[in-house]
Design a protein around this ligand. Structure first.
Ligand code: NAP
Length: 312
């Protein structure tokens, strides 16, 4: 394939940037891929395993002469990185990010972007509970949504070029307002993660009573929670701090529903529980029909890409 960008600079070299690098290489989508990560160790690994052609000690050096700059650091680190790179961005370049929250990233990054540089906020709905430069794989984005939140009046050619890049990596694209994105993700990803963290925390507390039984007899439901709750602590701390309002809104609704179910159990209202579970089952069917998961009884874990359930 003809390269879509000459030089791509990846700032942050973990799961998402690593997967992008591998996918871009496989498809020949960039002539050159360079990168920066905070630690010398991550930079060394990224170079050693061939994620990037060159690494730089600073983000500022990495973005010089890049046509596309991808901010792939935790959401809470975006502002400092944007401030550092701003004076070194090439006119006409595109800056995008892959952060799991959009409004906070837009507020953190946009003020630093100079005139003549296109800033197109983005978020791939793809991930695993693994992190770091060795965790990436080429098919991470295949058949997954990659949402973009361009500003009104943003350069259409720059947007289409970026959408073309992620589509060539196998993703499906959609445009969405940043506030709407944050609410949707609070429902589909952020609050479910918080519930998983809580449930594993409860079991951890219980373990002290039952010793190893929680681990030994952990059933599929609990095992799924533990996998989600193994996700990167820095990333998820930042997600909750930066998408506070939407998460608190959804958590409030969740708590109300939980009390209704709690009451139905206490009152022996089987009809209520049955009807509720019938409705939720239909949602699961909808997700499978939309091609966003498989109906395999092992939760699709044995299939490529089916690890992708801990996305942020
Ligand atoms: P990751 O595997 O933990 O990688 C994060 C990278 O950022 C590491 O290379 C880290 O470098 C670097 N970094 C951290 N702080 C930095 C700083 N202040 N300056 C420069 N580099 C810094 O994370 P990830 O899963 O790829 O996530 C990256 C972004 O993608 C996050 O914004 C996250 O919200 C978003 N996202 C994640 C998922 C998911 O499921 N994981 C899905 C969609 C979007 P060191 O290794 O040297 O610390």
């Amino acid at each position: 394939m003809t390269p879509i960008y000459d030089r791509v600079a990846l700032i942050g070299l973990g799961l998402i940037a690593g997967s992008m690098a591998i996918a871009m290489r496989e498809q020949g989508l960039a002539r050159e891929i360079v990168g920066h990560a905070r630690s010398a160790e991550t930079r060394r690994v990224a170079l050693e395993i061939g994620l990037v052609d060159q690494v730089f000690e600073t983000a500022a050096e990495a973005v010089a002469d890049a046509d596309l700059i991808v901010l792939a650091v935790p959401v809470g680190a975006m502002a400092a990185v944007a401030e550092e790179i701003a004076p070194h961005l090439k006119p006409g370049a595109t800056v995008t990010d892959v952060g799991s929250v959009k409004q906070a990233v837009v507020s953190a990054v946009a003020p630093h972007i100079p005139e003549g540089v296109h800033f197109i906020p983005g978020h791939p709905l793809a991930g695993t509970e693994h992190s770091g430069p060795r965790s990436g794989f080429a098919t991470l984005f295949r058949n997954r949504w990659w949402l973009f939140a361009p500003f009104p009046g943003a350069d259409e050619v720059a947007i289409r070029r970026l959408e073309g890049l992620v589509e060539a990596m196998g993703a499906k694209t959609e445009r969405m307002d940043a506030a709407h994105h944050d609410l949707v993700l609070a429902v589909t990803s952020h609050t479910p993660h918080l519930i998983a963290y809580t449930m594993v925390g409860v079991a951890d507390h219980l373990k002290r009573v039952t010793e190893s039984e929680v681990v030994q007899y952990s059933a599929a439901g609990f095992r799924d929670f533990t996998r989600i709750a193994a996700s990167d602590p820095t990333m998820w701390r930042d997600v909750f701090l930066q998408n506070k309002d939407a998460v608190l809104d959804i958590l409030g609704r969740f708590t109300e529903e939980l009390f209704v179910l709690q009451r139905a159990i206490r009152m022996g209202d089987g009809d209520h529980l049955f009807d509720y579970f019938t409705r939720t089952r239909a949602i699961r069917r909808g997700i499978i029909e939309a091609g966003q998961d498989t109906s395999a009884p092992d939760f699709g874990r044995s299939q490529t890409g089916a690890e992708q359930k801990a996305e942020g």
